[in-house]
Every structure is written in structure tokens, then in C-alpha cells.
Write a protein that binds this ligand. Structure first.
Ligand SMILES: Cc1cc2nc3c(=O)[nH]c(=O)nc-3n(C[C@H](O)[C@H](O)[C@H](O)COP(=O)(O)OP(=O)(O)OC[C@H]3O[C@@H](n4cnc5c(N)ncnc54)[C@H](O)[C@@H]3O)c2cc1C
Length: 474
């Protein structure tokens, strides 16, 4: 309530506005968020100055569902129950294929047949089964140590929070580097997503810490998480729109909202809106492709979704995601940038795949971040990453890529890990044996020289040279 009110520049009570009929406890109707600033920076600033974080609710001795909550009661579904629809789908598909191939064995070689095979998110039956096996393993294997980041229970969440907010860790986390130690970021996202940890608890732990300054960034990340949740509620079904809404008055800061009454404020707001609309018109609209629209789009999608793009940082990230259900924010951003800004494939397909694979999936965080990177959100920043130079900065020792890409583990030089397609001789015999398909590294799905950020384009215009800030060629 505080955050929504503060971000809107007012504090209307829910009772005054009338609660939505579907839930009388918390009004999450779109109406309630009308007028809330939708630009992350503005939202965070106004919430930070005006909203208070409430105390942590004491653990109740007994849980009585609130009377306003009309969820039907019943048995908690088991993992088996949840996986059954996918299992039966795969069983049916295999049976159908076997029957067809028994009748017409030559169909196996017919590209039309391969294309027509129904699949979920373009993933093979093997990939889908591997994700199910991961979930089963996670449930059956006991945690290895108390702060095992992969387990989801309240005590694990608390242990992890205590461990990470101990002064030496959170404060010294080198957050802009690849996570190969497990302590570069908090790994609290799945606890927050499952509700085994609350953002208020994180906030209190940071504030009561011996080194509150060192933990300040974690509070900032809680704000970011809240922003994406409020954003999702505010957007309603528009969260899933492919295109940007051109008539949107998204950049309406709380200050502007307050100023709305006086003429000067209104004029200023109008000018800002006009400027924004002009910018939007100038920006070339993205021609999104559906992953199933052509054979090229299909093969690009398969390369991206299975970690076979030829760009080691993205391939390592997608491999980690398939195997563990997690990867760091920076590599998620790189994957999103490649899919949307370079391949121009429908960002919602990427978000749907992430929803299937991520153990920390949250609709607001996932779809909000995807919108942000696709340039269809409200944030005026246009972000595009150069995968190779990102890898050079983020993973300078190449430890992350070597960890997830066995074929590159023994490559002799860092350059060969960054651009393996240019160094076929560096693929050692061991690597070829271990992972045959990587023996001749595939050409990347996009030429890294074409991954130009806005700054790059400006630099080329000015100097005619295509070099990064660090003076290295891109
Ligand atoms: C394309 C894309 C999809 C994403 N999907 C999800 C998702 O489904 N669920 C999810 O929790 N996060 C998502 N994120 C945000 C972010 O990647 C993860 O929260 C973070 O990597 C989790 O690791 P951590 O707990 O170690 O994060 P830390 O860096 O330690 O951050 C602490 C907490 O702050 C919150 N947080 C941090 N960054 C963000 C962010 N950009 N957006 C929202 N919350 C943030 C998370 O709750 C996180 O646990 C996504 C990011 C991108 C680019």
C-alpha cells in the first residue's frame, strides 16, 4: 500500500477506491495502480523517500487462511502430480511417433515431419526429460551443507541470509564478475520466489547488520524486485503484449503527478510526453519474428534455447540454466539481449522458456526484465550487449565459460575461449573426445561485429573505428 501510494504521489485507502471483487484482502486490480510511475528509477526514488518498510510479521502459531481468501482447500499436490501432465504428453508423443515410423519409416528423414513434430517451447523430449529429472533429484537428494543454496525451506533461506549478510561477504561481493564461487550474489531469489523468505526479513537483516553500508545494495535489489511486482500488477494483461504501447504516459514521475494540479507542472509534463513520443517515433520499431515463422527463425531459436549459438558466454549461461535452474543476472541479460536485439525473435518465447527453466521464476521479475531488455517496457533506456566484450569484462579469467563448456576447458588462450570459431587449433584432443560436436566450433549465430550498442554506433560515426572503451577491438 505504502509503495503504491508513494509512487502515485498520494495515499488513497483501498476502502475509498473500492476493492476488486476477486480479492478483498489486497486490491491488485489494474485500476489501483493507475497513475503510478512506471519508470524504474523514478519509482524507486519516490518509494525510497516516502514509503516505510513494515516490520516482519511474527510467525503465527497456527495458520488460519484469511476469511477474504476464497481459495479452495485441498491436498497439496506432490511433485509427481505436477510433473504428470508433461510426462503423459511425452509418452503420447513417443507412442505417436513410433506408430507413424512403423508405418512410414522413411518419414524420419523428411524435414517436414521433423518440423511438424509437436514440441514444447521447441525443446527436444530429452531436454524436457532432463528438466524433470533435475526437479526429482532436487527433491530426493538431501542438502549437502546448511547454506546449500539449492534447497528451499525457511531454515535454509535464513541460513543463507545469515551467511551472505555476514559483513565480509555481502560487502565484498564482486558483483560485476562471473559467479563461480557461489558468493558473488546472494542466491536468495528462489527463497523469495517461493515465499520461504520475505523481502522485509532481508531488509531487517541488512539494517541490523554490523556493516549496513556493505549491505545497502541488497536493499536496492529488494526495491528492484518490488518494482517489477508492482509493474506487473499495474500492467495487467499488457505485461504480455509483444509491442510497446505507443500512447503510454509511462514516464510520469511522482513529482509530476503531484504537480498535475498546477499549470506549470502540466506544461512541463506535456513537453516531456511530446519529447518521449518523438523519440519513440524515431526509434525503429522491432520487427519481431515468431520462432516458428521460418526455418531460419526455427534454427536460431533452437540454437539459442539449447545453448548452441556459438557465442560461449550465452551458451554457458543456457547450459547452466538447463542443468541447475539458475544463472546470474548478468548472463540472463546477455541471453535476453541476443534473442531480442540481435535475433529479433519474439521476446515472449524467451520469457516462456525462462519460466519453464528458472527455479526462481516470478512473473513480474521475469516478464518485467524481458520487457526491459526488449525495449518494449516503460524504461527509456535501450540496452544491447556485445557478447564477446561482455565476456571479456565479466569473465576475464574465462572460469565461468570453461566451467560450463567442456570443449573450451583446456583451450590454451583466453582469446580462444572468447572467439573459439577463430581458433580451431586450440580445441584439444581431449575436448574433441569429450564433446565431439564442439570439435569444430560452430560459427556464431550473429557476427559479434554487428552487435552495436547505441554508443558504438555514435563512436563509429565519430571516429570510423570499431573499438570498445578499453581500446580493444569488439
Ligand atoms: C531476462 C531476465 C529474467 C529474470 N527472471 C527472474 C525471475 O523470474 N525471478 C527473479 O527473482 N529474478 C529474475 N531476474 C532477475 C535476476 O536475474 C535474479 O533475481 C538474480 O539473478 C537472482 O540471483 P540472486 O538471488 O543471487 O540475486 P542478487 O543479485 O543477490 O539480488 C538479490 C535479490 O534481489 C532481487 N533482484 C535482483 N535483481 C533483480 C532484477 N533485475 N529484477 C528483479 N529482482 C531482482 C532478487 O529477488 C534477488 O534474489 C531476471 C533477470 C533477467 C535479465
Amino acid at each position: 500500500d505504502d509503495a503504491a501510494g508513494a509512487a502515485r504521489g498520494a495515499s488513497p485507502s483501498i476502502a475509498e477506491e473500492g476493492a476488486a471483487p476477486h480479492c478483498r484482502c489486497v486490491d491488485v486490480s489494474k485500476e489501483r495502480f493507475r497513475g503510478m510511475t512506471k519508470v524504474m528509477g523514478d519509482w524507486r526514488r519516490s518509494v525510497r523517500t516516502k514509503a516505510n518498510v513494515r516490520p516482519v510479521t511474527p510467525t503465527p502459531e497456527k495458520f488460519d487462511p484469511p476469511s477474504c481468501c476464497h481459495l479452495p482447500s485441498g491436498e497439496m499436490p506432490s511433485l509427481n502430480d505436477l510433473l504428470e501432465p508433461l510426462r503423459s504428453y511425452l509418452r503420447e508423443q513417443t507412442a505417436r511417433e513410433e506408430e507413424l515410423l512403423n508405418r512410414e519409416p522413411w518419414k524420419k528423414y523428411d524435414p517436414e515431419y521433423t518440423r511438424a513434430r509437436r514440441s514444447i517451447l521447441g525443446l527436444s523430449a530429452d531436454s524436457l526429460s532432463a528438466v524433470m529429472r533435475r526437479a526429482e533429484r532436487r527433491q530426493s537428494s538431501p542438502p549437502q551443507h546448511p547454506d546449500d543454496v539449492t534447497h528451499t525451506s525457511e531454515s535454509h533461506a535464513q541460513n543463507r541470509l545469515d551467511h551472505f549478510t555476514s559483513p565480509s561477504i555481502a560487502a565484498n561481493a564482486v558483483r560485476n564478475t562471473a559467479d563461480t564461487t557461489g558468493d558473488v550474489s546472494s542466491h536468495l531469489s528462489h527463497h523469495l520466489a517461493f515465499g520461504t523468505l520475505s523481502p522485509r526479513t532481508v531488509y531487517r537483516a541488512c539494517r541490523s547488520n554490523d556493516d549496513p553500508e556493505g549491505c545497502r545494495w541488497l536493499i536496492g535489489h529488494m526495491e528492484m524486485r518490488d518494482y517489477f511486482m508492482f509493474y506487473a500488477w499495474g500492467e495487467g494483461a499488457d505485461l504480455f503484449r509483444l509491442e510497446k504501447k505507443m500512447d503510454d504516459g509511462g514516464r510520469r514521475s511522482a513529482k509530476n503527478a503531484r504537480e498535475g494540479g498546477d499549470r506549470k507542472g502540466k506544461q512541463k509534463q506535456k513537453q516531456k510526453q511530446q519529447k518521449k513520443k518523438k523519440k519513440q517515433r524515431e526509434r525503429e520499431p522491432i520487427q519481431w519474428k515468431s520462432p516458428s515463422s521460418s526455418s531460419e527463425a526455427r534454427s536460431q531459436w533452437v540454437a539459442w534455447s539449447t545453448g548452441a549459438t556459438g557465442l560461449p558466454l550465452v551458451d554457458a549461461a543456457m547450459t547452466e540454466l538447463h542443468r541447475t535452474g539458475h544463472c546470474s543476472n548478468r548472463v540472463r541479460q546477455n541471453c535476453a539481449s541476443l534473442l531480442t536485439k540481435d535475433l529479433r525473435l519474439d521476446w515472449r518465447a524467451g520469457a516462456a522458456l525462462f519460466r519453464f527453466l528458472l527455479e526462481d521464476h516470478e512473473t513480474g521479475a521475469n516478464y518485467g526484465n524481458w520487457r526491459y531488455f526488449s525495449g518494449v517496457g516503460h524504461d527509456p533506456k535501450e540496452r544491447r550487449f556485445r557478447t564477446v566484450s561482455q565476456a571479456r569484462r565479466y569473465d576475464p579469467e574465462c572460469a565461468y565459460v570453461r566451467k560450463w563448456m567442456p570443449a573450451l576447458r583446456d583451450a590454451r588462450s583466453a582469446e580462444a575461449v572468447l572467439r573459439p570459431w577463430e581458433y580451431p587449433e586450440e580445441m584439444t584432443d581431449d575436448a574433441v573426445e569429450r564433446e565431439g560436436r564442439y570439435s569444430a566450433w560452430r560459427a556464431p549465430v550473429v557476427d559479434p561485429a554487428t552487435q552495436l550498442t547505441w554508443h558504438d554506433t555514435e563512436r563509429v560515426k565519430e571516429t570510423g573505428l570499431l573499438v570498445g572503451d578499453d581500446g580493444l577491438s569488439i
